[in-house]
Design a protein around this ligand. Sequence first.
Ligand code: GDP
Ligand code: MG
Length: 441
Amino acid sequence: SLQDNLKGAFKTLRGKGKLTEANMREGLKMVEQSLLEADVSYDVVKEFMHGITKEALGEKVMLALEPSEQFIGLVNQELINLLGPVEDGLNLSKDINIIMMCGLQGAGKTTTCGKLAKLLMRQKVKPMLVAADLQRPAAIDQLHVIGEQVGVEVYSDRDNKDPVQVCRDAVAKAKADGCQVVILDTAGRLAIDEELMEQLKTIDRDVQPDHVFLVVDGMTGQDAVRSAGAFHEALELNGVVMTKLDGDTRGGALLSVKHVTGVPIRFIGVGEHLDDLEFFRPEGMAGRILGQGDVVGLFEEASKLVDEDEQKRMQESLEKGQFTMDDFRNHMQKIAKPGLMMKMMGMLPGMGQMKDMMAQVNQEEQAGQIKKMVGIIDSMTAAERKDPSIVDARRRQRIASGAGSGAQQVNELLKQYDMMKGMMTGMAGMGAGDRMQKMQE
Ligand code: GDP
Ligand code: MG
């Protein structure tokens, strides 16, 4: 994977102490190779390499005390530049806001409509789903099933063969029913064709959606890039949703789609469940690509399980740069839902191995692991929990025997805490809270 290859590249740079131009070029070559292997299109790779080569060979990196750290930072920043900037929230200021989803068949349009409706309802916004895919009768049924799961009104008209008319009628109905957002689920084809594009253009012209989102399947690599280009030519897209980023993360396709359309990526789909939609954050994605984990994503995921007061308190202390052992303990307990644990382990750096291990133990044992960690934290004094850096060898031994574990396990826990703290506080402030706030304005 891109992640592993980049890690490899960094390792060769790391072991060598002071850098020479030759081994920096070696590292750059590996980055280039990795990007190409991850399905990033050639043009994008070229631009990317152009961006970082000059800087990587500059004095700032070459003469730095920790050149490899600088190099990773550089690659990270360049990935963020290419993926961003984000469009903050959705502007839902009008009485009625129309969002049109388009894309190839199977990309995930219908599912994304449901996910987005669910997300809006969590924000106390009332959406309506519209069955504008009239190609297959089953498509209408599918939307109704999803609408029922989410608990949202679905507009359909099985007797009407004209999707434009259906959309118009739906908007009128939405107004009458006091819905603030109308989400149009349009038809897709297996490949791009003229008829599909004409239909979408007509809806775009007649119904004048405020947002036209292209839904692309993140698993399809270069196909996704080609279709994105064609849709962007035909329609005025103003957002991309990339789905299926839960499996083998193809960060590559995301980079390329962004490059081809120049349109901001709004959301990513990370699973089949209707909760599996996340705001897109270049920082998180770049981190994922680099194997540094997506901490804000992790935080958002956990937040869904935490009540609002707790969330607010947490966000505030993070913004002040505070993340105590107590916060860590809370967090571990809240996420101690086995399925979620697995997902998060996959996101955290250095936890990949642990995730594999956990996949082999049963769910009870997984819960047991968390209990152990919490047990260790409970054996710490208030002062140690507030500032774990005071834990020396003697304290460590005392904590270990108090918790009935080994000093090694205490060390592991402290390491995980440090890592989490660094990332949580570093990334706080651009969390979900802000952006959701913006959606309401
Ligand atoms: P449409 O033809 O574009 O409307 O696509 P659908 O919404 O019907 O989705 C096609 C398939 O992709 C379904 O089986 C969905 O469950 C699945 N799917 C959609 N989004 C995601 C996602 O983010 N992750 C995963 N794993 N599957 C997804
Ligand atoms: Mg569909």
